[in-house]
Design a protein around this ligand. Sequence first.
Ligand SMILES: Nc1ncnc2c1ncn2[C@@H]1O[C@H](COP(=O)(O)OP(=O)(O)OP(=O)(O)O)[C@@H](O)[C@H]1O
Length: 262
Amino acid sequence: MAVPALSARGLRVSLGSTEVLHAVDLDLSAGRWTSIVGPNGAGKSTLLKALAGLLPQARGEVRLMGTTLNDLPARARARRLAWLGQNESVTDDLPVHDVAMLGRLPHQAWLAPPSAADHAAVERALRSTQAWDWRERPLGQLSGGERQRVLLARALAVEAEVLLMDEPLANLDPPHQADWLVVVRALVARGGTVVSVLHELSMALQADALVVMAQGRVTHHGASGDSATHAALRDVFEHRITLHALQGQWVALPVTPPERPG
Ligand SMILES: Nc1ncnc2c1ncn2[C@@H]1O[C@H](COP(=O)(O)OP(=O)(O)OP(=O)(O)O)[C@@H](O)[C@H]1O
């Protein structure tokens, strides 16, 4: 079997005195887009952060292409694994171009100016999220959705083999959600691995595979079109969703509770 892009064994995380991720075992194939889904508080963001090596308190093992994450020097890890988190804090005064250039830091020698390759990667990334025209504007002057597209560009500029994104569609309007899909599919077509936490189930269902979570555990991992995956989804959402095939893709709709008599 091919080496998974990311794998976890016995991955546990405690926040405060509470264990919120309980011994997760997971293999995420390379060259695929996987979405992590589940109800609020299921542990999705915690799992993604632990897979990115961002939680020092995590116990268990994470491997990136077969190498234990903790054995990789920080810069090598940052070149191979890119991260787009929720509510990222970046100095608002920084121009958009410089924000995207932060994604190239793991490629640059200490105090060296950006190379031609760095500039080319930043331009590619900003153009792919339609943020190039704002390159001289300070980040703080952008709307929420525009800012999100710049932060996506920063993550893309890393040109890492694995890209982890927590709620990447936050604030994006439908056309830019569709553009995000195009970017993700292009990455995967080139052999990249994408893992996203998505609340919007209809978008998540467009991934190749879904990791379904509830109460700090993975309850199912399977192809997004499989009936077993759909059953797992309905279960974790307590049968408060229905799934429908529409124009070749799956769509999830919330079910309103029946009205109480009297
Ligand atoms: N600092 C903390 N101390 C204690 N518990 C925490 C802390 N941060 C998060 N938690 C708890 O950990 C659990 C998992 O949180 P996490 O953010 O991973 O869930 P999630 O599935 O991403 O949720 P959501 O869909 O609401 O974003 C939640 O029950 C949350 O209340």
